[in-house]
Design a protein around this ligand. Structure first.
Ligand code: HEM
Length: 390
């Protein structure tokens, strides 16, 4: 009798295991094979062709192979100001290659996306550590990639918790000081004053994270590239210094004066054109979308490659890769042939909410620094770019 019970337990265990395993395999098969193939078929029917995906990883292997590239080191010094701004084919050889092969609209599978090329960023040596850390992002959309890169996922979660804890302690501290009459008029102060208990602590942390991450890295990158380009183009430093002298004089910087810094605005636009802090904008089709004679199927992730667009010689003529801030003189679009060809802050309903703030920030920093200092590239400084010959 006892023997029978034990065998029954084993039988049940075996049956449940087989069912669970079958379900896991079916889900895997569905996500890695059936759904991507269906999506690709639909995209192909609508004229979006692209590199053929391989099982499970889509085009990620191709991307990694193309990226495992030769390395070009371009030295910049005060005497040699030669620097190529043609970063698209350098930083993103795979998208440049696919654009050449399939045209500006194509489909790729990382899982599935339709793209006018995608982009990451020109790679300064000092950033390699950070970029390595972000490597797991390459597998974004690959089913179970968080399990495959377990160590990085674990570390990312750990860091996420640390950041949440840090922000929560700042929020709680500020809540306490608000009660005691703290009237600091910054973003967190305003958020807490208008909040009146509507947000949960987790939502408040999320709001802070959105503003911090959306606002910090983007502005820091823009400022870094601005100094780099001004160092390489000292004639523009002189032009801006002269403008600052005329507009600000020796008085305090205020909002109206900042608006008068027109040439500084051209420089900022040109920097964000050549080196956009947000290299792509993304949207997801929430239903079949008809554009002219094509349909973008429901669920497609659309990546708009801002870097490719900002450098497209068909939109910007022959000097698309050159630093020429004067192209924005009297033209907010910098002479681009398409009204949607210049979009460093995105577009439409989700356009960057902090664009005016960041413009002010950059203008203030540039005014203060340029009126006191000259910027130059230190001798021997190396800008290291990853290059893949096409
Ligand atoms: C040079 C500086 C900046 C650049 C280039 C930039 C660029 C962008 C881009 C491209 C987007 C996506 C827009 C889209 O998908 O259409 C975005 C969104 C956003 N940005 Fe910025 N940004 C900058 C500075 C800032 C600052 C300073 C803040 C706030 C303090 C900020 C807050 C946000 C927020 C909250 C969003 C999300 C908006 C939404 O989804 O509705 N950004 N930004």
């Amino acid at each position: 009798m006892e023997f029978l019970d034990v065998s029954r337990v084993w039988y049940m265990f075996f049956t449940v295991s087989v069912v669970v395993l079958s379900l896991v395999f079916f889900k895997l098969f569905l996500r890695c094979w059936i759904l991507p193939v269906q999506a690709q078929k639909k995209l192909r029917e609508n004229g979006f062709v692209g590199p053929p995906p391989s099982f499970a990883l889509g085009n990620i292997i191709d991307m990694k192979k193309l990226k495992a590239a030769s390395v070009m080191v371009e030295k910049i010094s005060k005497t040699s100001t030669r620097i190529s701004h043609d970063i698209h084919s350098i930083a993103l050889p795979y998208f440049a290659r696919w654009q050449q092969q399939y045209g500006k609209l194509y489909s790729g599978h990382s899982h599935h996306l339709v793209s006018y090329l995608i982009s990451k960023f020109p790679i300064v040596r000092i950033c390699n550590k950070i970029i390595n850390y972000f490597n797991p992002n390459r597998n974004l959309g690959v089913p179970f990639s968080n399990i495959l890169s377990f160590k990085q996922t674990f570390r990312a979660k750990e860091l996420g918790r640390e950041i949440d804890g840090l922000l929560l302690s700042i929020i709680n501290e500020r809540k306490r000081s608000l009660v005691e009459g703290d009237d600091r008029h910054d973003l967190l102060g305003m958020l807490l004053k208008t909040d009146k208990g509507k947000f949960t602590p987790a939502e408040l942390v999320d709001e802070c994270k959105t503003f911090f991450f959306a606002g910090h890295e983007t502005s820091a990158l823009a400022l870094t590239w601005t100094f780099m380009l001004l160092a390489v183009h000292p004639e523009w430093q002189d032009t801006l210094r002269e403008e600052i002298r005329q507009v600000i004089r020796d008085s305090e910087i205020d909002y109206n004066k900042l608006a008068g810094l027109k040439k500084m605005r051209w420089v900022m636009n040109e920097v964000l054109r050549l080196y956009p802090s947000a290299p792509n904008a993304q949207r997801q089709a929430r239903g079949d979308i008809k554009v002219n004679d094509r349909v973008i199927p429901n669920g497609t992730n659309i990546w708009i490659d801002v870097v490719a667009m900002h450098h497209d010689v068909e939109l910007w003529e022959h000097d698309g890769h050159e630093f020429r801030p004067e192209r924005f003189d009297g033209d907010l679009n910098g002479g681009c042939k398409s009204k949607m060809g210049f979009m460093p802050f995105g577009f439409g309903g989700r356009i960057c909410i902090g664009r005016s703030l960041s413009t002010m920030q950059l203008k203030i920093v540039l005014s203060l620094v340029l009126s006191r200092f000259e910027v130059s590239v230190s001798p021997g400084y190396g800008l290291q770019l990853i290059v893949r010959p096409l």
